[in-house]
Design a protein around this ligand. Structure first.
Ligand SMILES: [Zn+2]
Length: 199
């Protein structure tokens, strides 16, 4: 069950942009920085080419990486590592907010209306002449900050199953999602069941 996006930020018009940037942060954190997934150890990509391939593989589902280079992919790995703590932050939220604020300054985040006579105006969070990496970082950082800033930090989730550090954007009605997907949910259930049987 998903909720109407406006329930998250209260502003329907900016939601598809903000939501897509939160999802981009999820995608990059998972494909560039995860060290475990679904109960298994995974090795994050280490070279620019490997990172670019990982992003491109994930992006096949909709987002075109455009003119992304291996050097860009290396920088995005660092940004993804900076954004990752925003997911499942819990008690660390003040520390996370300070880190996000630094990232927004570092990448020149600024509200900026993009568009022209052929395209409707959209509020982005980077200058039109930003580098692609700065633009992605500013947009993702602002989107995460907006979710946190409307009291919805709990929607930036981290999988609670054993040996899985994948993150996700929880759009369930009551922000109750605990796992990255059904396989981890079933695995955690089975673990809890075995623990009860032993007890
Ligand atoms: Zn998981």
């Amino acid at each position: 069950m998903t909720i109407d996006p406006w329930r998250i930020t209260g502003q329907a018009e900016i939601d598809s942009y903000v939501g897509s940037r939160v999802e981009l942060a999820v995608l990059l954190a998972n494909c560039l920085t995860a060290t475990s997934a679904h109960g298994r150890h995974v090795a994050p990509p280490r070279s620019g080419d490997e990172r670019l391939a990982a992003i491109t593989a994930q992006s096949a589902a909709g987002r075109s990486p455009g003119t992304l280079t291996a050097a860009d992919a290396d920088q995005l790995a660092g940004i993804a590592a900076d954004l990752r703590p925003a997911f499942g932050a819990g008690e660390r939220i003040l520390e996370v907010a300070a880190q996000l604020n630094h990232l927004l300054v570092r990448h020149g985040a600024v509200p900026n209306l993009h568009g022209d006579s052929d395209r409707p105006l959209v509020l982005a969070f980077h200058r039109a002449d930003s580098s692609l990496v700065d633009a992605w970082a500013a947009d993702m950082g602002t989107a995460l900050a907006m979710v946190i800033g409307v009291g919805q930090a709990a929607r930036l989730g981290a999988c609670q199953a054993d040996r899985c550090c994948l993150v996700f954007f929880d759009t369930t009605r009551n922000a109750s999602r605990r796992f990255c997907d059904l396989s981890c949910q079933n695995r955690a259930k089975a673990t809890a069941y075995r623990a009860r049987r032993r007890a």
